[in-house]
Design a protein around this ligand. Structure first.
Ligand SMILES: [Fe+2]
Length: 343
């Protein structure tokens, strides 16, 4: 294939002998790929940190670090974890494959490499990387939008990030699935994204809202769900966005769901949302100490609003991991308003 226009993708070849690298390099270049090479583990990590690589082919027998430990390192770093990795193993080395899977490798090729198989794997993994990149961009847009809403009010700084962390920690303690934890991480960031459609004079109003203003504010749940709905990877996040203001006695919004009809993930988010609002400063009062916050939450559990088991679990979690509690941050005036309004 002639190399005209942009390359089909950038591939890093790491390990192997210089001679083997050159053969691979020629083959992949002839197919229209841009090719980078690294001799050992340290060089591989340096290239992956500094260059946009769409696929890495790592020889398990790579000098110094070894392909499997390099793979583990790449997959554990936030900035490189989505780079697909193909481990090149010796033939019949089942144990290497098992260790490679545990290290997060995306695929394997056995020596001697067969041209057709190599090119087919490369093509499909690079296509997958393209989809992941597109998905990442869409997520980034949503997070940026959510942050812009948070930034409207200097008191809300860090609120979404804390919600994300507390929710995931609570979900982990309760033994929720990876899918639910990911949904909560995302939900913590974007649960109030619908506020983008709420006028600033309502969002930042110091006094109580009139009935029309209140309806507009409450619509942030439905609007937020609509904004995130086109993203398939956010399917599990939509119930959190729509129902994070429901209450067990049916007095919440937007659908007046009762009891366990409110999904567990939405109940987890609302529990930590409430805790965060109570333990940070509000325009009209200082942050409550942790014990007082839990006393208030239990009072509201008795009124039939929140899930008492989750309030207990949150208290246990914070008792076991005090470091999770962020340093005092000024509270969200807007987050506080929602909770006050729904009270
Ligand atoms: Fe909200």
């Amino acid at each position: 294939m002639p190399q005209i226009g942009l390359p089909l993708g950038t591939i890093l070849i790491a390990g192997e002998t210089e001679q083997a690298r050159e053969v691979l390099e020629r083959l992949l270049r002839s197919q229209g790929y841009r090719v980078l090479a690294a001799a050992d583990g340290a060089e591989t990590l340096a290239v992956l940190r500094t260059q946009a690589v769409d696929l890495a082919l790592l020889d398990v027998m790579m000098p110094r670090a070894g392909g499997i430990s390099v793979c583990r390192e790449v997959k554990s770093r936030e900035e490189t974890r989505l780079t697909p990795i193909v481990l090149i193993t010796g033939s019949g080395q089942a144990d290497e494959r098992i260790r490679g899977i545990e290290a997060g490798a995306d695929d394997f090729l056995s020596k001697p490499l067969r041209k057709e198989e190599l090119l087919a794997r490369v093509k499909s993994l690079i296509r997958l990387k393209r989809y992941t990149d597109e998905l990442e961009s869409a997520e980034t847009v949503l997070y940026t939008l959510a942050s812009s809403i948070e930034a409207k009010d200097p008191y809300t700084e860090g609120h979404c990030d804390r919600l994300s962390r507390y929710s995931v920690a609570l979900a982990t303690q309760l033994g929720l699935s990876e899918l639910q934890r990911v949904a909560l991480r995302r939900g913590g960031m974007v649960h109030d994204i619908g506020k983008v459609a709420v006028p600033d004079q309502i969002l930042l109003k110091a006094g109580p809202l009139d009935p029309v203003e209140r309806r507009l504010m409450e619509a942030h749940t439905v609007l937020g769900e609509r904004i995130c709905a086109p993203l398939k990877s956010f399917r599990q996040v939509l119930p959190i966005i729509r129902w994070h203001h429901e209450r067990r006695d049916g007095s919440g919004y937007p659908d007046r769901l009762r009891g366990d009809a409110v999904p567990l993930t939405a109940r987890i988010l609302q529990t930590v949302d409430l805790y965060d609002a109570l333990t940070t400063d509000r325009p009209y009062r200082r942050a409550l100490p942790q014990q007082e916050a839990f006393a208030t939450m239990r009072e509201e559990v008795r009124r039939g609003w929140w899930d008492g088991a989750l309030v207990d679990a949150l208290e246990v979690m914070l008792g076991n991991a005090p470091a999770l509690v962020a340093s005092p941050v000024k509270a969200g005036r807007t987050a506080a308003r929602e909770l006050v309004q729904s009270a």
